[in-house]
Design a protein around this ligand. Structure first.
Ligand code: SAH
Length: 394
């Protein structure tokens, strides 16, 4: 293996020795002159000892580590890592089930594949590269997905137009790398969803809310439900199955509202309990009545960066405060943050502030997080992003 090299400054190998999978650009003392974004590179400490091998990229994260062992990053490597990811999903009883064929197969650092996300919808895997290195190796990865999943995945759709660094200018296009299938209905816990992997947000669906949607189903009976930021209507469809008396879905995107309507219709044709509205969440809540007794707040990440944190926290407080103000006595609020830059305690403080402003008694019933197919590498706590609270408002 004749790899290009990055040598670290003194003392800068410590976090890598504890398996943190990133090298920051400030830690680099020297590097091969011809190093290109997306190259495989070996990382050495200041004494020249091998530390790791990974993908080089331009930016503050300079290397994303693939292995802390000295090994070739070849076809066998991809099959082995993706095979490990697949067997975890079998252990979790997500793969190979009749009533569920939606799950995350690869969750970046959580599956020791930084820069790669793969979501599965039936026989199709939708793959996203978040680094140029993963983009460069997309063909080998697509083959490995097919080989490692025992014939269960036959199509690999590549969707990286919006996730790759803009400056890399790779001219890549979205499309099938293997197979090809027009089938785009997948099943989550026995409920059917249209998945728009061609144009939808992320890989077409928010796979990470599966367990939380199930929990909501258990609270839905006899309640009137407001699902804010509904996207494809996941929470709405579970609420309908759970026996809600009424479900209103709101999203600012009219495409999302069309998808939500289609998904409600797919599972509960002609069910008049559901209605959907394309409107800004804050505007909708301001003019909403006080009739809802279950409200879901699942906004997009308010803080994409640390700098945006203060405003993001204010945003969460403002949003939750209106929900507390409006909800019926005894009502339930499911409230989430998917901002990685906002930690559990900060989010809880923002919600606490909202509760205090509303002057109502609020109890925490559940503390929610991302599901097991979005695992967190313990050496990479940055991988924890989704948090939620289920609250009862007296
Ligand atoms: N709860 C969804 C995922 C929500 S993603 C699920 O389970 O699948 C966040 C959604 O918020 C997106 O669909 C986006 O269109 C919507 N959104 C963003 N800003 C908004 C705003 N100001 N008002 C209403 N919806 C908004």
């Amino acid at each position: 293996m004749d790899l290009k090299t990055i040598q670290l400054r003194r003392g800068k190998a410590e976090s890598l020795r504890r398996f943190h999978p990133w090298v920051f650009s400030g830690a680099i003392a020297a590097q091969s002159r011809d190093l290109q974004e997306g190259d495989l590179v070996q990382v050495l400490d200041d004494q020249g000892n091998f530390i790791a091998v990974g993908h080089y990229q331009i930016g503050s994260i300079a290397v994303r580590v693939l292995s802390f062992d000295r090994r070739n990053i070849d076809d066998d490597f991809w099959v082995e890592r993706i095979g490990e990811a697949y067997s975890l999903r079998r252990v979790l009883k997500l793969a190979g089930r009749e009533d569920n064929d939606v799950y995350r197969l690869v969750h970046g650092e959580g599956d020791r594949l930084p820069g790669l996300v793969v979501d599965v919808y039936g026989a199709t895997a939708v793959m996203q590269a978040h680094s140029v290195g993963m983009h460069v190796q997309r063909e080998a990865i697509a083959d490995a997905i097919i080989r490692a999943t025992e014939g269960n995945i036959r199509n690999v759709y590549y969707k990286s137009e919006t996730t790759l660094p803009y400056k890399a200018d790779l001219g890549q296009e979205n499309g099938f790398l293997r197979g090809g299938s027009p089938a785009n209905i997948a099943t989550e816990n026995g409920l059917k969803f249209h998945i728009d992997w061609l144009k939808g947000q992320k890989t077409g669906f928010f796979v990470d809310q599966r367990d939380n949607r199930s929990l909501l189903e258990h609270y839905a009976k006899g309640r009137s439900v407001l699902n804010m930021f509904c996207y494809t209507g996941g929470f709405s469809v579970y609420a309908l199955r759970g026996g809600a008396t009424l479900v209103h879905s709101v999203d600012s995107s009219s495409k999302a509202i069309d998808l939500t309507r289609a998904n409600a219709e797919l599972n509960f044709p002609g069910d008049t309990r559901h209605d959907a509205f394309a409107e800004d969440a804050f505007r909708y809540l301001q003019r909403a009545g006080n009739d809802y007794d279950l409200i879901v707040l699942d906004p997009p990440a308010f803080a994409k960066h640390k700098e945006a944190l203060r405003n993001a926290l204010k945003g969460y407080t403002r949003l939750n405060a209106i929900a507390f103000e409006k909800i019926k006595p005894g009502g339930i609020v499911f409230t989430f943050s998917c901002s990685q830059a906002v930690n559990k305690d900060q989010f809880r403080l923002a919600v606490f502030t909202a509760a205090a402003q509303s002057g109502r008694h609020v109890r925490i019933l559940h503390q929610l997080h991302q599901p097991a197919d979005h695992p967190i590498n313990i050496y990479h706590p940055e991988g924890e992003y989704l948090k939620g609270l289920v609250l009862q408002v007296e």
